[in-house]
Design a protein around this ligand. Structure first.
Ligand code: 5GP
Ligand code: MG
Length: 198
């Protein structure tokens, strides 16, 4: 009979030939996500927030958001927005494209935006301004990764998983040309794999 340990991501996948370095293993991520969930739970409970509305930024933040939601011990509502900034490459296009908007009513609600990476800051500063127009009771942001050295638009997240240097990363929901999202770890993509394909 297999045991639950046999289904550990660590055993299933520790590396991938297109990844030059694993920055955070599945276990590293699980630990940090649990800590973020505990901090969010504690902070909003202290605010007496009766419910938290989580807005995940698709596609990149979907896996992070799925795991984080299960570590938040509050009543929650969940919605997504779709934003794309990198069409097929590894440098962001000038302006993030908002491809969908929230469906939930955010007025008077405590809202937490969840995204994968804070890079130049353009996406989150624009999304933050757009959601403020809904007049939420509070609006904060949680990101898994922060590349502080790349910031062009000032923006800080209330909750950050890990600070990382300027490198193009994939895995745990993050892609290159829609690939590698399924890797259970976060790793640096080999430079010779950062070429546009179909
Ligand atoms: P910003 O608007 O802050 O420059 O861009 C943030 C978005 O760019 C992130 O939500 C993410 O989708 C994408 N991004 C930034 N850096 C990386 C990276 O290293 N790898 C991947 N896969 N996406 C990134
Ligand atoms: Mg994104």
């Amino acid at each position: 009979m297999p045991t639950s340990a046999d289904y550990s991501f660590e055993i299933a996948a520790t590396a991938h030939s297109d990844v030059e370095e694993v920055l955070f293993s599945a276990a590293d991520i699980a630990m940090r996500v649990a800590q973020l969930g505990a901090a969010i739970t504690r902070d909003y409970a202290a605010l007496d927030a009766d419910e938290l509305t989580v807005v995940g930024v698709a596609n990149g933040a979907l896996i992070f958001t799925a795991d984080l939601l299960r570590r938040i011990n509050l009543r929650t509502r969940f919605d997504t927005v779709r934003v794309s900034s990198y069409l097929d490459g590894t440098s962001p296009s000038a302006a993030p494209q908002f491809r969908s908007t929230v469906h939930l009513n955010l007025a008077g609600r405590h809202v937490l935006i969840v995204d994968d990476i804070l890079d130049t800051g353009r996406t989150l500063s624009q999304l933050h301004s757009a959601l403020l127009e809904h007049r939420p009771a509070s609006l904060r942001t949680c990101v898994l990764l922060d590349k502080k050295s790349r910031r062009q638009t000032p923006f800080e997240a209330a909750y950050t998983g890990f600070d990382i240097p300027d490198a193009f990363v994939v895995g745990y929901g993050m892609d290159f040309a829609e690939r590698y999202r399924n890797l259970p770890f976060v790793g640096v993509l080999r430079a010779d794999r950062q070429v546009a394909g179909d």
